[in-house]
Design a protein around this ligand. Structure first.
Ligand code: DAH
Length: 369
C-alpha cells in the first residue's frame, strides 16, 4: 500500500470513529487544515519533477475530495443522531390527560362564535372577513347611508383621522367599523352570486353600560341568488335559532322595522319566559329581540356591483356577545372584557369541547358548563 493510501485509511478510520461534532472537526483540521497531513503532502509537490508532480498531485486531490465527502457525510449523520436523541429525550405523551389546574378556558364569545360557524357551515355558508378599520364607503355609503343620512346617527361612530391638518374632516376619515354589514359590500365586490356567507367579527361603538361595550362582536349574514325570498330568510333564521338555542320548539316573531340597507326590514324576537331571576328560552309569553334582517336594498346590490334586476337576497346581523349572554345566562356584558380569571373559570368552556352539529353544539344543551 502506498504511503498516501495508508494515510487516507487511517484518516477514514478516525472519521468513522468520531462520535461527536467536535472530534470530527478535530479530525478534519488534522487532515485538511492549514497544517494538516494532506495539506503537508500538497506542499511537497513543489520540489518534485514535473511528471511526478502531475501524477502525485492528482492522487492527493482525489484523496482530498474523498475525505471531504466522508467528513460531510459523517457530519450529517452525527447531526441526525443528535436530533434523534433530543427528540427521544423531549418526547411528549399526548395521550396523558390535561392537568386541570393549568388548563385554559375558552371565552364564551369564542365558544358562541364556533357554534355559529358550525351551524351556518352545515347550511352551506362560507365565512367571510373584512377589516376592523373601514372606510366610510363600505361602512356607510354603500349600505345606502350617504353622508348626512339620519341613520348614521343611530351608531355612535369612532372616527379615525390620519390627517392632522384636517382633523375634523369627518368625511374623509376612516372609522372602526360600527357593524359587520360592510363585509356584505366587500363580498359582493369580490364575487358574483350565488353568495352565501356569514361574517363574524369585532365591531366598535362609543357606548358603555351593562349591555354595551365599546368593542363587541357581530355576525353578518348575506345570501344572494336569482330567487332568494323573504321566506328563505325566515326559514334560515328559524333553523339557526333552534339549532343555536338547542330547543326543538322555539316561538319566533318577525317584527317590521327599519334599516337603510334592507327593504323590507324586520327585527326578530324569540319567545321566552322572564322571571325575576331566570330567563328561559323557548317557553312562556315574553319576547326577546335577537337580530335585525331584511331583503337587501337594491341600492346596496348596485353599490356592490350586482344587478338588482337580476339578483335579490337577504341579509341579517346579530350581536354575538348578546347571543352568548342569552344562551349562557351571563348578565353583564362589561365582564366579558375585564380579563378576570375567576370569571373565565366560571363562564369559560373547556377547550376540548368541540362545537359541531353532529356531537351536540355545546355538548350540554346550552345549560350547565
Ligand atoms: N348592521 C345592523 C346593526 O349593526 C344589524 C343589521 C340589521 C344587519 C339588519 C343586517 C340587517 O344585515 O339586514 O345594528
Amino acid at each position: 500500500m502506498s504511503d498516501i493510501d495508508s494515510i487516507k485509511n487511517s484518516i477514514i478510520e478516525q472519521i468513522n470513529s468520531a462520535d461527536n461534532a467536535k472530534t470530527l472537526d478535530d479530525v478534519r483540521v488534522a487532515a485538511l487544515g492549514k497544517k494538516g497531513q494532506i495539506t503537508e503532502l500538497l506542499k511537497t509537490l513543489g520540489s518534485m519533477p514535473l511528471e511526478e508532480r502531475i501524477a502525485f498531485g492528482k492522487q492527493i486531490n482525489v484523496v482530498k475530495a474523498e475525505l471531504e465527502a466522508k467528513i460531510a457525510e459523517k457530519k450529517q449523520a452525527l447531526e441526525i443522531q443528535l436530533l434523534n436523541e433530543k427528540l427521544k429525550k423531549e418526547v411528549v405523551d399526548v395521550t396523558l390527560p390535561c392537568r386541570p389546574e393549568i388548563q385554559g378556558r375558552l371565552h364564551p364569545v369564542s365558544k358562541v362564535y364556533e357554534e355559529i360557524v358550525a351551524i351556518f357551515a352545515q347550511m352551506g355558508f362560507e365565512v367571510a372577513e373584512g377589516p376592523d378599520i373601514e372606510d366610510q364607503f363600505h361602512n356607510f355609503n354603500a349600505l345606502n347611508m350617504p353622508p348626512n343620512h339620519p341613520a348614521r346617527q343611530m351608531q355612535d361612530t369612532f372616527y379615525i383621522n390620519n390627517d392632522v391638518n384636517n382633523a375634523f374632516d369627518m368625511d374623509s376619515a376612516y372609522v372602526v367599523r360600527t357593524h359587520t354589514s360592510g363585509v356584505q359590500i366587500r363580498t359582493m365586490e369580490k364575487k358574483q352570486p350565488p353568495i352565501r356567507i356569514i361574517a363574524p367579527g369585532r365591531t366598535y361603538r362609543s357606548d358603555y353600560d351593562a349591555t354595551h361595550t365599546p368593542m363587541f362582536h357581530q355576525v353578518e349574514g348575506l345570501v344572494i341568488d336569482k330567487k332568494t325570498t323573504m321566506a328563505d330568510l325566515k326559514g334560515c333564521l328559524y333553523d339557526f335559532m333552534k339549532a343555536f338555542f338547542e330547543v326543538d320548539e322555539l316561538p319566533i316573531r318577525f317584527r317590521p322595522s327599519y334599516f337603510p340597507f334592507t327593504e323590507p326590514s324586520a327585527e326578530v324576537d324569540i319567545g321566552c319566559l322572564k322571571t325575576k331571576t331566570d330567563l328561559i328560552i323557548g317557553a312562556g309569553t315574553d319576547w326577546l329581540e335577537v337580530l335585525g334582517c331584511g331583503m337587501v336594498h337594491p341600492n346596496v346590490l348596485r353599490a356592490g356591483g350586482i344587478d338588482p334586476d337580476e339578483y335579490q337576497g337577504f341579509a341579517f346581523g346579530a350581536g354575538i356577545d348578546r347571543l352568548a349572554m342569552l344562551k349562557y345566562g351571563i348578565p353583564d356584558l362589561r365582564t366579558f372584557f375585564e380579563s378576570d380569571v375567576r370569571w373565565i373559570k366560571n363562564y369559560g368552556f373547556t377547550p376540548l369541547d368541540f362545537s359541531a352539529m353532529t356531537s351536540g353544539l355545546s355538548n350540554n344543551g346550552g345549560l350547565a358548563r
